[in-house]
Design a protein around this ligand. Structure first.
Ligand SMILES: [Zn+2]
Length: 208
């Protein structure tokens, strides 16, 4: 029985690496996979999923208007697909999450979605909200804060490195504009308007 999976995390937890590894595992056994990523994410050029450790694979792009169930069904009927993998799944619409659940239930193809749970304000992304509600399996990919606690929050930094918690939800950046921290240090950084708490910890750690 196929299932719908949601692999979620803060930034920089190796989501794309995990996705590419899963896809490879299928292909190694002679199975065909279909990879999607959000059209909005053009960090590494359109039409591919690239991990920070240098792995890469071609991907189909989706935007708000993509009918994922129709596209996947057409591909599947042309040549059987054994697994669908979706990167940046936080950008899926509610309707698209429903479509992916149909891919699982009607076509019996497992769908593995990888993405962020919350934005830099601590709010759920739309796609993540419905994946949390409807996925069969929820799997947290863990990354750690500077202090060693689990990083569950994403801090957004402005051009001067000052954290802020207001503004547009959809901005994709690399390491320089977002960092993953624990809830305690997220609050502290927002309250103080700086990364002093985190840098202070570094300093303390270094001097011990
Ligand atoms: Zn921390």
């Amino acid at each position: 029985m196929a299932q719908l999976y949601f692999y979620y995390s803060a930034m920089n937890a190796g989501k794309s690496t995990a996705l590419l590894q899963s896809s490879w595992n299928y292909q190694e056994r002679g199975m065909r996979t279909l990879i999607y990523t959000a059209e909005i994410d053009d960090r590494f050029g359109a039409g591919s999923v690239t991990s920070r450790i240098g792995l890469s694979a071609p991907a189909s792009l989706y935007n708000d208007n993509t009918c994922l169930d129709q596209e996947i069904a057409a591909q599947h009927h042309a040549q059987p697909i054994h697994c669908v993998l979706v990167d940046e799944c936080q950008f899926l619409t509610k309707e698209q999450v429903r479509q992916l659940s149909d891919v699982v239930d009607k076509l019996d193809i497992p769908v593995l979605c990888y993405g962020l749970r919350t934005d830099f304000r601590g709010e759920l992304f739309g796609g993540s909200q419905y994946l949390l509600a409807w996925a069969d399996k929820l799997v947290e990919l863990k990354t750690i804060c500077h202090c060693g606690r689990k990083a569950s929050m994403v801090l957004r930094l402005d051009s001067t490195g000052k954290p802020f918690s207001e503004g547009e939800q959809v901005v994709i950046g690399g390491n320089e504009r977002y960092i993953s921290v624990c809830r305690k240090h997220y609050k502290q950084a927002i309250e103080e308007g700086s990364l002093q708490a985190i840098h202070g910890f570094h300093h303390q750690e270094a001097s011990e």
